[in-house]
Design a protein around this ligand. Structure first.
Ligand code: ZN
Length: 436
């Protein structure tokens, strides 16, 4: 068992009175955030210094006593302080060079506020400070573990949601002994080195016409009018649908991969750079690779599985996975090619196989470093299921069926209930330690 943090999102169905209070919350949070962002900016311009979180929290307490801003008392003070914390984090991230300068919050974007403590979920009600009656909530899946901080939000379509962060005791998935490389593509969303394809659903394309039509209608309406508002909602609903079905698919694919494989190798894609420079930008954004990798990473972390990222300049498509010959003339439109030595290669599958090879090479190198450092901690016999604890080098074995298994020398490997020593399998397959 290990401790993990899982987020659940449910739709809230507040009554009119609760809606008013929620909107008040959003307003107060936005006010606090913007007010103190402005304060910091002004202070900085005056003498290149600005208040930190603690100084600002003290100012906030003063603000709540002033007549002009006494309405800040109507919402939970912890939520206001949390907004200050977020501002502080945004500043720290900016000064570390990890983020852009914090921007003012706008009412038109997504509205959110956080309840750091004392939220509860009981039957079909969500309870938070100042919401004593509880807000009706649509709990569509069981919540496990202990509830921590909760974030409430309102979408541009006027829906209310709550994200609940839970601390859970989790049983990681069983090891399968399987490894794979993944090529993220456009024709298929992803293809694994053993030839499993995940379809690219191209959600945006599917809804593109509908969206274009809705946007055209919107542009004809007078801004601020009732019909404009109605049409804006319609357009936002299409966007929402696209996002939801896309996320659903990404969750399914990442879940399957983490269940089936112990080590997953993929290219470290600079999606931002690609979107900027590429004519395929729209499709790339549509496939949402960045989000996919993020999902894959946290699911792997929960289940003690490994994600290995390889350099994105590694020529995974151009190299023949059988003999290593590099095809310099390969362009994007070629789906299948034959190498100098006569190997017929499917573009994406070949790339996935190369990514796996390269990934395992990197994985072994990292392991070798760990091995030296850990030599004193682990005796020769100290084998555990955790790959990073293995004191001996890892070996992978490929068969003609395209299945690849990871194993450790001197560590028994189970294959469909046959227990085999890895050395024996290597001999059977005629494979030496490959990749290096
Ligand atoms: Zn070849």
């Amino acid at each position: 068992m290990k401790t993990i943090f899982r987020t659940y999102q449910f739709e809230l169905m507040p009554n009119q009175e609760q809606k008013t209070l929620l909107d008040k919350y959003f307003g107060c949070i936005r006010f606090v955030y913007n007010h103190f962002l402005n304060e910091r900016k002004e202070q900085y311009q005056a003498d290149e210094k600005s208040d930190n979180y603690y100084a600002q929290a003290a100012t906030l307490t003063e603000l709540k006593r002033k007549d002009k801003t006494i309405w800040l008392k109507e919402v939970n003070s912890q939520s206001l302080q949390f907004a200050l914390r977020c501002l502080d984090t945004a500043y720290v991230n900016f000064f570390r060079g990890n983020a852009k300068f914090p921007r003012f919050k706008s009412r038109k974007k997504k509205n959110t506020f956080t309840v750091p403590q004392f939220a509860k979920l009981e039957a079909d009600k969500f309870y938070a400070p100042k919401f004593k009656e509880g807000i009706k909530v649509n709990v569509h899946r069981e919540v496990k573990g202990e509830i921590g901080k909760c974030t409430l939000s309102k979408t541009p379509t006027g829906k209310y949601f709550v994200s609940i962060l839970c601390e859970e005791q989790y049983q990681p998935k069983e090891k399968t002994g399987a490894v794979c490389g993944i090529d993220l593509g456009l024709k298929d969303f992803a293809i694994t080195s053993d030839g499993i394809k995940f379809k690219n659903n191209k959600y945006t394309k599917q809804y593109e016409r509908k969206l274009a039509k809705a946007q055209k209608h919107l542009s004809r309406k007078r801004k601020g009018s009732n019909s404009f508002e109605k049409q804006r909602r319609k357009t936002a609903l299409i966007h929402e649908k696209i996002t939801n079905s896309r996320m659903d698919n990404l969750h399914k694919v990442s879940h399957k991969l983490v269940t089936d494989y112990d080590i997953i190798a993929l290219e470290d894609l600079n999606v931002k750079g690609m979107v900027k420079n590429h004519k395929l930008a729209k499709h790339i954004s549509d496939a949402s690779w960045g989000t996919f990798v993020r999902l894959l990473e946290y699911k792997a972390d929960w289940n003690d599985k490994q994600i290995v990222k390889i350099n994105r300049w590694y020529p995974s498509s151009k190299t023949c996975c059988e003999c290593g010959w590099v095809n310099q003339d390969l362009n994007l439109s070629i789906r299948e090619w034959t190498c100098k030595n006569g190997h017929i290669l499917d573009r994406d599958l070949n790339a996935a196989k190369n990514i796996l090879k390269e990934g395992l090479k990197i994985y072994r190198q990292e392991l070798a470093i760990t091995k030296v450092e850990r030599k004193s901690d682990f005796g020769d016999k100290a084998y555990s299921m955790k790959p990073e604890a293995h004191p001996s080098p890892l070996v992978w074995v490929g068969s003609s069926l395209g299945q690849t298994r990871l194993m450790d020398l001197g560590y028994t490997y189970k294959c469909n209930s046959h227990a085999l020593a890895p050395k024996m399998i290597m001999m059977m397959n005629g494979v030496e330690e490959s990749g290096t």
